[in-house]
Design a binder for this molecule. Structure first.
Ligand SMILES: [Zn+2]
Length: 403
């Protein structure tokens, strides 16, 4: 299980970590029950020089890096914790060896006492460790190396039990969890989808045979999420400092009453519905919505420096939000260095058809000389083959008008 802590609950220092995680044997007299649990289930191995034959040993070393070094205090080293393991003489007898603090697997006192089980609790603050843990959650079942032997250690009598088995133990709760396909991890961010529309163009869904009066009397008529936002801006002074996208962080949309109310708990982020530039005014309205704070009417959205503009596009221009199509002009100029004029005109047509140019006239005015450089040459050729040469300027003109 990976738990992400809220900023004010994070544990940045060694002392913070000590409050929740321990990697030492408890005092046998003061906490006898905990001592028993830790001794039973939180001791690694023993391995290393104490027991070279332990299953964790690979090429003479413990694959889990036990025994750990002693440390007087808990400290964080480049995102990795080094837990406090004092050389205090505390021991627990395990498999014929006396194990001290360097063999203790980090645990949480409360969890160990409550569940009497092997529960390894670790602190991590590294992207690498977090990624590793996510992999752990989603990867295939984990295996342990285990061997079956006799209690008296005399394995010579029955040879078969020395054999290793490849098995898997699935506990009842894990089995149920997986059978019912419950999620193994979960994280979510609430997103409030923010629709918007031009004046008087809000959507309303009704059945063909619904009576007109009933439709008109519906609470939803004329009360879109977007219009209700502007209404809320009239009521709440704090809304005056928020854009439409900021709004859901501080206000909650109540579908039943179709009203925005100040948020009391939780959080959400707002996302304004995407529209392509080819839709014209709706697109420019969207551009303005990312800037304008707390408007109470459509007119206010279109107002720039005290002037109410007729179109949203004009307001965008007045605010300097629309680029001057410089990138398209530069693209044609740059291509003119190496390409034929025929190619350039095709490029210009493609740019126009992409409908991403704000003011095609500006691009034309800045590049028409380059685009028509071969006109005189073509006129001369025209006498020989008039039809073919006429075709290009005409085609190009038609496309331009369409756009
Ligand atoms: Zn080991």
């Amino acid at each position: 299980m990976v738990l992400f802590l809220q900023p004010d609950s994070k544990m940045p220092t060694g002392e913070d970590i000590d409050k929740y995680i321990s990697a030492e044997l408890p005092d046998k007299d003061l906490e006898p029950y905990l001592y028993e649990v830790v001794g039973d289930s939180m001791i690694h191995g023993p391995c290393g020089p104490a027991n070279k034959a332990n299953v964790c040993m690979i090429d003479g070393k413990c694959s889990k890096f036990f025994p750990k070094p002693f440390s007087a205090v808990t400290k964080v080293d480049a995102g990795f914790p080094i837990y406090k393991r004092r050389e205090d003489g505390r021991m627990v007898h395990k498999k014929g060896f006396d194990c001290d603090n360097i063999y203790v697997v980090p645990y949480n006192k409360d969890l160990s006492l409550r569940y009497r089980a092997h529960i390894n609790v670790e602190w991590c603050n590294q992207t690498r460790s977090i990624k590793y843990l996510f992999k752990y959650i989603t990867k295939v079942p984990d295996y342990v190396n285990a061997s079956v032997g006799r209690d008296d250690g005399n394995d010579d009598i029955v040879d078969e039990i020395k054999k290793h088995y490849s098995c898997r133990y699935v506990s009842a709760c894990e089995g149920t969890w997986r059978t019912l396909a419950f999620p193994t991890h979960y994280r979510t961010t609430p997103v409030e989808k923010l629709s918007f529309h031009l004046p008087g163009q809000q959507l309303d869904v009704y059945n063909e045979d619904d009576p007109v009066e009933e439709i008109l009397n519906r609470i939803s008529v004329g009360k879109s999420k977007f219009v209700a936002w502007m209404e809320a801006n009239k009521i709440y002074p704090e809304a005056k400092n928020l854009t439409y996208a900021d709004f859901p962080s501080y206000f909650v949309w109540h579908l039943k009453t179709r009203m925005w109310k100040p948020r009391r708990r939780g959080f959400a982020i707002g996302r304004i519905t995407y529209v392509p530039p080819s839709l014209g005014e709706v697109y420019y309205l969207r551009v303005l919505l990312n800037i304008v704070k707390g408007p109470t009417s459509f007119e206010e959205i279109k107002t720039v420096y005290g002037i109410i503009h007729e179109k949203f596009k004009d307001a965008c221009y007045a605010l300097g939000l629309l680029d001057d199509d410089r990138e398209y002009i530069e693209a044609i100029k740059e291509a003119s260095l190496w390409s034929s004029r025929k190619y350039l005109r095709r490029l210009f047509s493609v740019i126009l058809l992409s409908k991403s140019v704000t003011t095609p006239e500006n691009v034309w005015n800045a590049t028409w000389e380059i685009l028509s450089e071969d006109i005189l040459y073509n006129q001369r050729k025209k006498k020989k083959n008039p039809r073919k040469i006429h075709l290009i300027p005409k085609l190009f003109l038609i496309i331009y008008l369409l756009a």
